[in-house]
Design a protein around this ligand. Structure first.
Ligand code: SAM
Length: 223
């Protein structure tokens, strides 16, 4: 009788552990997610930029081209390396540009951002104006594979987020302009396998993948 009770208790413990493992972390886990802990504005400028980012998503979810968590990584990296010269391929409606502007407002830096689509550029321009950051951003319209020739180095940070099949071309063209110790970031690298090979096989570079789905490539140009 006693033995049967012990066996039942052991079986109960084993089954409970298996169920808990399948369920994943408990309900408290969400407290540590980006979404449950939105950024807190320190200044009026930050508040204004965060307000526009928020409004953009409410107007049209598609405007949040990078997820908020990835946007926050862009801002953190830009500000923490004290970046002053940042280039972006793929402005779209200005969502990632606004995350950069939050950092550049602190570092006194500038963003040059490239896009081929005049409609999206018009929207980006409006969003930059609404956030009051238009003076730190230059938008270059046209095919960035051509207009990239206008870029001058040294660049502290580059963000590649335009045509996926063009990522390697952007990388090759921009690499000589990035300062040693600078960063090259790329979004949706899961759709750009040639780019992933290029940044992981080059001994001058070191690359990790972070952000949503581990698809934000973060590459250091070694000193
Ligand atoms: C995914 S969206 C960029 C999203 C933006 N970085 C953000 O997070 O808000 C990609 C953009 O790349 C632009 N694009 C595609 N091919 C391009 C090219 N050859 N030259 C410049 N821009 C291009 C598109 O017009 C589109 O706006």
């Amino acid at each position: 009788m006693k033995r049967a009770l012990v066996v039942t208790l052991i079986m109960f413990a084993v089954i409970s552990a298996a169920v808990a493992q399948r369920r994943g972390p408990g309900p408290g886990f969400g407290r540590f997610s980006d979404a449950a802990n939105p950024p807190q504005a320190k200044t009026e400028t930050e508040k204004k930029i965060l307000g526009v980012l928020d409004a953009m998503v409410k107007v049209n979810e598609m405007y949040a081209n990078v997820p908020m968590g990835d946007g926050r990584i862009l801002r953190l990296l830009t500000e923490s390396i004290g970046a002053k010269q940042v280039a972006e391929f793929g402005t779209s409606t200005g969502y990632s540009g606004l995350w950069f502007s939050m950092a550049l407002e602190k570092t006194g830096g500038k963003l040059t951002t490239f896009d081929i689509d005049p409609g999206r550029i018009a929207l980006a321009r409006r969003h930059f104006q609404q956030a009051g950051v238009e003076q730190m951003i230059t938008i270059v319209e046209g095919d960035a594979h051509q207009t990239i020739g206008k870029l001058k180095g040294p660049l502290d940070l580059v963000f590649i987020d335009a045509d996926k099949e063009g990522y390697v071309d952007y990388l090759n063209k921009v690499l000589p302009l990035v300062r040693p110790g600078g960063l090259i970031l790329a979004h949706n690298t899961n759709s750009a396998p040639d780019y992933v090979r290029a940044v992981t096989a080059n001994p001058d570079l070191d690359t990790v993948f972070a952000g949503e789905g581990n698809t934000l490539g973060i590459t250091l140009k070694k000193r």
